[in-house]
Design a protein around this ligand. Structure first.
Ligand code: X2X
Length: 333
């Protein structure tokens, strides 16, 4: 009773019980920025990783999270992690490919048919190849890639049912050369926009369509400005957890170990969250008014082959990377 009365008298005290207190201020502050709303599993698991890092380092290390494009869009955060204003950033593979071209290898259209193939490739030779290329750009990529998901196409116009539906369609794609190449090859009129600009661009009809995994469509409320969604699974997309190379190499070994273990394990849990969400998200979005339809994905593939998409990207990525991808998914082109 006395305790409850005490709490009532000092409302702010309630928070003191949930915030672990450490004997000293943090010695190392890690700044992590991302482009997703707080409700996305990426942010929920990143927060848990931050708490674990504080606890396991006994308060010596603090990871501050700047979610939802607070520090600017993807392009800004990519510069910030390069120049050290950010310690960590989680760009989609599509986005980091503006700096490390081979990072887009997982985004070859219709390459992956399921998550077994995805994780075998990304936790195996494909991921290792990309991480090495990222290291070459004076960035460090943690081992575990986080899941964004299989991308689906949505529109506010006529439902997308085959390649013919895409003809001339103004569709937003991430700032990423392979996305522009793919949607141009499909006959659409793609526009690169940062994720921070997508909702408004759809709302004001600067573009009519966009493509993203369903959990993104859900947390960013894109169903409010889109009417139908075609189940296309046209790209599997994930996030690389990258660090500024200098800040990473300057970290004491014990700190590196605490930080990488916390983040990598959080990443595995985040993958499981997306998997669980995938089972329920379509029903949720349908309830919010988004209509779902099948699409003739063979018409998309045929159109891409005709446009020379596979040959062009095989050449760009090189034999080695392409070979790793094909060992995971079978012959592509
Ligand atoms: O910008 C997008 O579409 C998103 C959220 O999927 C990425 O980060 C690539």
């Amino acid at each position: 009773r006395t305790l409850l009365q005490g709490l009532a008298a000092v409302p702010a005290a309630a928070t003191l019980f949930s915030i672990p207190r450490y004997a000293h201020a943090a010695e190392i502050t890690l700044r992590y920025g991302n482009n997703l709303p707080l409700s996305h599993p990426l942010n929920i698991r990143a927060k848990e990783a931050a708490d674990r890092i504080a606890k396991e380092s006994d308060g010596r290390v603090e990871m501050q999270i700047f979610p939802a494009n607070q520090l600017g869009g993807d392009t800004d955060m990519l510069s910030q992690v390069r120049n050290g204003a950010l310690t960590f950033f989680t760009p989609s593979a599509l986005v980091i490919a503006t700096l490390v071209p081979v990072a887009a290898i997982n985004a070859v259209g219709f390459a992956f048919s399921d998550y077994d193939q995805v994780w075998a490739a990304m936790d195996g030779p494909v991921g290792a190849h990309v991480r090495k290329a990222i290291e070459g750009s004076r960035l460090h990529a943690l081992e575990t890639m986080w899941d964004n998901g299989f991308r689906q196409m949505t529109t506010s116009g006529e439902p997308i049912t085959s390649a013919a539906s895409l003809s001339g369609l103004k569709i937003r794609v991430p700032v990423s050369p392979i996305s522009i190449s793919m949607f141009s090859g499909l006959g659409a009129a793609p526009a690169s926009l940062q994720f921070s600009e997508v909702y408004t661009a759809l709302q004001t009809k600067v573009v009519d369509a966009q493509e993203n995994p369903l959990p993104i469509i859900q947390v960013a409320k894109l169903y409010e400005v889109q009417s139908s969604c075609a189940r296309t699974n046209h790209i599997w997309d994930g996030y690389w957890f990258i660090a500024n190379g200098r800040q990473w190499s300057d970290m004491p070994d014990d700190v590196k170990e605490i930080v990488s273990r916390a983040i990598n394990e959080a990443g595995l849990q985040q993958r499981a969250d997306i998997k669980a969400l995938n089972a329920s998200v379509e029903a949720d979005l349908s309830g919010k008014g988004l209509t779902f339809n099948e699409a003739d994905t063979e018409s998309f593939r045929a159109k891409l082959r005709e446009a020379g998409f596979y040959g062009e990207w095989k050449e760009k990525f090189g034999e080695e990377a392409w070979g790793h991808l094909e060992s995971a998914v079978g012959t592509l082109a």
